[in-house]
Design a protein around this ligand. Structure first.
Ligand code: PLP
Length: 421
């Protein structure tokens, strides 16, 4: 189903053979009981669970390293700083960024896109200019652009999707013109699972001189991301969607662009020198990291990405892909089920509606069986408007899900359907 499973960044790394039972044992929450049933967690597009090594790394940070970073000469502060900067290097390698200075720690994808939009707009946006997004974006990749468009008198332009959930590339191209200064596209749609051809779209946007941001919230854990191969100017993701804690995320940016962009938040750590008359900003990436960061979060993110480098990530994603094919087939076989999002290239997400049954009722009945799915608009209201529905039931997968869980989910869904019909 997925044409690109692992990009260059992950391909050459290590590996222990993929064993889903072994992987599951590393995620303690998967042993939890919910409403008297073993948890079946199919809400991974919302957030992923954390392996023991991430939990332990965070505990160890607070037990042995906790201190504010960068400013201290004492030993604890050095330990904290080293661990934090080491995490930056781990992220750099994971997404194949050329240098660690191109990795900005943020609170998550939303924060990264807000940072990018406010800072990039100062550099490139003028009245009458255009920002191009697609109809399948998450609200986090719409609203920040609407805000800067209003601030600068620019226009937000939307490339439509078709009824499979793919961006219509000819329509995307038609909307690229000399006024297009920024293109911001989701790598994988969280509501539909569509993998967008962002590499090709980036090339086309660059041909007319636009800067390109890729919202990688859903791709970071489901495709091997290589920012040099993608050639994007900016790439945003959240730690919590890739087995790391909440409250930490990343904005990657090409160094030259980051150096040219002014910061939008001021405070400690982002300066070299402060005078009342004039302040000199720090070098990248610190220029964009005002205030005390989420130190434990960054270190936890480093641990999560290192964890992924100890497993056969390629095999793990192939397993996830096989599960997506299986769950899609099983859902397609159920009378009255309509899949929402049937793109040729998809990852990890099976979104659907059932005739005459509200998604929320399905979600509640599944929860009573210990199954976690998400219901509603998934922060992608324009997608729901496109399909003329208020929301979907979304089962979203991760490397630790199993075929047995899918069978259990389908049985529970059939039961729920017969109760609600
Ligand atoms: N973009 C996409 C495609 C997402 O799926 C999400 C979260 O679901 C976000 C952005 C926002 O991520 P966060 O809430 O972690 O900032």
């Amino acid at each position: 189903m997925r044409s690109t499973i692992v990009g260059k960044a992950q391909a050459p790394q290590l590996k222990l053979p993929f064993d889903v039972d072994k992987i599951r044992n590393e995620f303690p929450i998967l042993g939890e009981t919910v409403n008297g049933h073993r948890l079946v967690y199919l809400d991974n597009a919302a957030t992923t669970h954390k392996p023991q090594v991430v939990i332990d790394t965070i505990s160890r940070y607070y037990e042995a390293q906790n201190s504010n970073i960068h400013r201290g000469v004492h030993t604890l502060s050095q330990r904290g700083t080293d661990a934090f900067e080491n995490a930056r290097q781990i992220v750099q390698k994971f997404i194949n960024a050329p240098t660690p200075s191109e990795i900005i720690f943020t609170r998550g994808t939303t924060d990264s896109i807000n940072l990018a939009s406010q800072c990039l707009a100062q550099l490139v946006l003028n009245a009458g200019d255009e920002i191009l997004v697609s109809e399948s974006e998450h609200h986090s990749n719409i609203v920040p652009w609407q805000m800067v468009a209003a601030q600068y008198g620019a226009n937000l332009i939307v490339a439509p999707i078709d009824d499979t959930g793919e961006i219509v590339i000819e329509e995307f191209e038609k909307r690229l013109n000399a006024k297009t200064k920024i293109v911001s596209i989701g790598h994988i749609s969280n509501a539909l699972g569509t993998i967008n051809p962002v590499r090709e779209m980036t090339r086309r946007a660059h041909a007319i001189g636009a800067k390109v941001l890729i919202d990688g919230a859903q791709s970071i854990a489901h495709i091997g991301v290589d920012v040099q191969d993608l050639e994007c100017d900016l790439y945003a993701f959240s730690g919590h969607k890739v087995f790391a804690p909440t409250g930490i995320g990343v904005l990657y940016g090409k160094r030259e662009l980051l150096e040219a962009m002014p910061p939008y938040q001021g405070g400690g750590d982002m300066i070299k020198e402060v005078r009342f008359e004039h302040t000199e900003y720090n070098d990248v990436p610190y220029k964009f990291e005002a205030g005390t960061p989420h130190i434990a979060g960054a270190i936890g993110l480093g641990a999560a990405l290192e964890y992924l480098s100890t497993i056969d990530f390629r095999a793990a994603l192939a397993h996830e892909d096989e599960l997506l094919n299986y769950v899609s087939e099983r859902l397609n076989d159920i009378d009255g089920v309509r899949m929402i999002g049937t793109a040729r290239d998809k990852a990890a997400v099976a979104s659907f509606v059932i005739d005459k049954i509200h998604p929320q009722d399905v979600g509640l009945l599944l929860d009573s069986q210990g199954i976690a799915v998400r219901t509603g608009h998934h922060c992608a209201m324009p997608v729901m408007q496109h399909f003329g529905i208020p929301g979907t039931v979304r089962a979203s997968l991760s490397i630790y899900n199993t075929r047995h869980e899918i069978d259990y989910f389908i049985d529970a869904l059939l039961k729920a359907k017969s109760m609600l019909a």
